[in-house]
Design a protein around this ligand. Structure first.
Ligand SMILES: Nc1ncnc2c1ncn2[C@@H]1O[C@H](COP(=O)(O)OP(=O)(O)O)[C@@H](O)[C@H]1O
Ligand SMILES: [Mg+2]
Length: 310
């Protein structure tokens, strides 16, 4: 286990930001910490990194207890904080070089690492720019370069794609995959479920300072009772129809949303064909009909009773 967090409690006065939070990170994985804004992701990361004092709990990194003075652990860690934190009076190059110099003494190696980090985030054109001249997406890339320039074994990225354009976002997500392929273990916080789905090997769903559930994308989706949703826009819907649909095999529940029937199924592999059969038998017409597998939003909804989406 690369990181182990047990019963972490953090209070801001009367607010309990972390309520016996637990987390395990395995070597070589991309672990996603997924939860809504304000659920405690940043507080958890900053506590784990000893950047924040916490009230209770045990944290080990690489099998050793993490403390504010654990410099030998810290030099193996890369941190990309939620708020872009670079020096405004240093250029792109100087910023990356500064962060590299905190960990790498050898001059030649330092130069090499800085050049590689600049290549990695594709900021060669902007080396001499000051941060305030960069767009939001480019600033994020600089922030990432500063965090990973010393080639850490373990990298924490706290919502690195918030407020960046789609192109930079994809660039960042691809970059994280590359870092992982080259051997780094990644901890990635996000409130975007789509990102967690496409990027992470395992996901911990978090809400109100607690870890709710963890597993692979597939494992999380298999935990809930709804296995499929079929959306139908009937032209001639009525109350009687609704009752009849409820009798189709495996139907769990029906919801009417903007004139669409959202039919939830549990289990069953022929749900769509059964429904089409029913539609034919009853001579019904529809404007749309599609099946949707559950998303992490459905998992979150079923486990917490609320939507993860903003
Ligand atoms: N410095 C602080 N002082 C008081 N409350 C804070 C502070 N930082 C965070 N909080 C509160 O703690 C909770 C968790 O915040 P945070 O860890 O930033 O969540 P997330 O990163 O998941 O959005 C929120 O309710 C937030 O308002
Ligand atoms: Mg945060």
């Amino acid at each position: 286990m690369v990181v182990k967090v047990e019963n972490l409690v953090k209070r801001y006065k009367e607010l309990i930001a972390l309520d016996h939070f637990n987390m395990e990170v395995r070597e070589g994985e991309i672990l996603g910490l997924l939860g809504p804004n304000g659920c405690g992701k940043t507080t958890a990361i900053n506590s784990i990194l000893s950047l924040l004092k916490f009230d209770k709990g045990q944290i080990t990194i690489f099998g050793e207890e993490m403390t504010p003075n654990s410099y030998h652990i810290k030099k193996e860690i890369g941190i990309v904080p939620q708020e872009v934190s670079v020096f405004q009076n240093l250029t792109v190059y100087e910023n990356i070089d500064y962060f590299c110099g905190l960990y790498i003494d050898d001059k030649k190696l330092r130069k090499e690492y800085v050049a590689q980090a600049i290549d990695f985030v594709d900021l060669n054109e902007f080396k001499k720019f000051f941060p305030k001249k960069l767009s939001g997406g480019l600033k994020r890339r600089l922030n990432i370069a500063c965090g990973i320039v010393h080639k850490p074994k373990l990298i924490f990225l706290d919502e690195p794609t918030v407020a960046v354009d789609a192109q930079s976002r994809n660039f960042i997500l691809e970059g994280i995959k590359k870092l992982n392929k080259s051997g780094s273990t990644i901890i990635y916080t996000t409130h975007y479920l789509e990102e967690a789905e496409v990027l992470c090997d395992r996901i911990i769903i978090m809400d109100r300072g607690k870890n709710i559930v963890s597993g692979t994308n597939e494992e999380l989706k298999s935990m809930i009772t709804t296995t499929e949703k079929i959306v139908v826009g009937f032209v001639d819907a009525n109350g009687e129809l609704l009752e009849k649909i409820k009798n189709i095999a495996h139907v769990l529940d029906i919801e009417l949303k903007d004139n669409d029937y959202i039919i939830k199924f549990e289990n069953g592999v022929n749900n769509l064909s059964n429904l089409i059969e029913f539609i034919k038998e009853n001579n019904l017409t529809y404007e749309k009909l599609y099946s949707r597998q559950p998303t992490l939003n459905d998992v979150f909804l079923e486990l917490t009773g609320k939507e993860l989406r903003d």
